[in-house]
Design a protein around this ligand. Structure first.
Ligand SMILES: C[S@@+](CC[C@H](N)C(=O)[O-])C[C@H]1O[C@@H](n2cnc3c(N)ncnc32)[C@H](O)[C@@H]1O
Length: 354
């Protein structure tokens, strides 16, 4: 067992970061309940550990997670290096999120120190760390990797063009841990289709907004308010961060909602890059899997109540076959079928004329 010295709340040392990294860390820490001040316990020579509040730990690790932020002492403050967490269900897993921001590594002295000390930390001290925080009673069975994508940029030409047309050059748009990264074929195929349909003035809702690139792009196109919801608070934080970086904060309105649960508006355009309905046994992953198609069924079932009028449309990325989820009040057509590991379809859904 280790002896640890509690120290009073101290500011994370944000001086060394660039502006984007600072904003990204702040966006990430806030929903974890770790705002600006953290209470560190001193750990070995160079480290500090700050316990994440339970709700924040669950966000990273799923049900019943426990998590600690590991900081590295540098010039009077701690640089957040990584988050270590355990997900205690369905099986106990060890996970790590590296938070080492690119600018830390551009400082040669710090780079060398971090590289040396982090290696040492993981080679020699990980066992102690587990004992420190009382994890020794669990059998640790694996590793969940939830990266923070510091240097992510939209990688599709049509997205860069969309941004440029609105005087927003393509820049780094980070993706926070647990959030679905925007550079993937499903989101991009959907966006490419929607680009043709989204028009100025359309009142728009993005369901399951993830990183929120879709919401910001749509707001540039519609030039009016876009509502964006997700069940994951870190996705909401990411959507706000990207909106800030693209200068669309005044138009992108975000909040946490489970499907339509916290939505009262009516929309001309509803966009949903849905997790895929699965009947087989798949891991719990809200980004990718919708067990038994429950979410799809409830969203499509309630959809007519959220359409503004007969010209309203939903654009849905899902499997090509969605008939069993469709209520009789709606009809749909496939705008594009494609394959990305599995067969997929982009559906245009509207009210069936009565
Ligand atoms: C495939 S990702 C799409 C993300 C983003 N729209 C994109 O295209 O990059 C699905 C998103 O749905 C969200 N989600 C899953 N279940 C949800 C629910 N019940 N209510 C709201 N959002 C949900 C996930 O958190 C995830 O961000």
């Amino acid at each position: 067992m280790l002896s640890v010295t509690p120290i009073v709340a101290s500011e994370p040392n944000f001086e060394i970061y660039n502006e984007l990294e600072r904003r990204t860390l702040r966006a990430f820490f806030e929903p974890l309940g770790m705002g600006e001040k953290l209470t560190w316990i001193e750990y070995r020579e160079h480290y500090g550990l700050a316990e994440l509040p339970h709700a924040g730990a669950e966000l990273l690790g799923g049900d019943h997670a426990e998590a600690y932020l590991v900081g590295y002492r540098w010039e009077g403050g701690y640089l957040p290096l990584s988050i270590l967490f355990l997900r205690l269900k369905p099986d106990v897993k060890f996970g790590v999120i590296s938070l080492v921001a690119p600018s830390l590594l551009s400082n040669p002295k710090l780079k060398t120190e971090i590289e040396e000390k982090v290696m040492k930390f993981f080679n020699e001290n990980a066992e102690d760390l587990f004992h420190t925080v009382g994890w020794e009673k669990f059998e640790v069975t694996g590793m969940l990797d939830r990266p923070l994508y510091w240097r992510e940029k939209p990688d599709q030409t049509f997205v860069s063009k969309w941004l440029l047309e609105n005087n927003r050059p393509t820049s780094f748009l980070p993706v926070l841990p647990t959030v679905y990264p925007y550079n993937n074929p499903y989101s991009l195929e959907l966006l490419e289709q929607i680009e043709r349909y989204a028009k100025k003035g359309m009142k728009t809702l993005v369901l399951g907004c993830g990183s929120g690139l879709d919401a910001s792009l749509l707001s540039l196109r519609t030039q009016t308010q876009v509502d964006a919801i997700d069940i994951n608070p870190l996705a909401i934080a990411n959507t706000r961060l990207i909106a800030e970086l693209l200068g669309t904060s005044d138009r992108v309105k975000t909040w946490v909602s489970n499907g339509f649960e916290k939505i009262s508006g009516r929309y001309d355009l509803i966009v949903f890059d849905a997790p895929l309905a699965v009947t087989e046994n798949r891991p719990d992953d809200l980004n990718r899997f919708d067990h038994g198609g429950k979410l799809l069924k409830s969203v499509l079932g309630d959809l007519p109540k959220y359409f503004a009028d007969a010209s309203s449309r939903m654009y849905l990325m899902s499997r090509p076959e969605i008939d069993s989820y469709m209520p009789s009040a709606l009809k749909s057509e496939i705008l594009k079928a494609f394959t990305a590991g599995t067969n997929l379809g982009i559906h245009q859904i509207m009210l069936r004329p009565s």
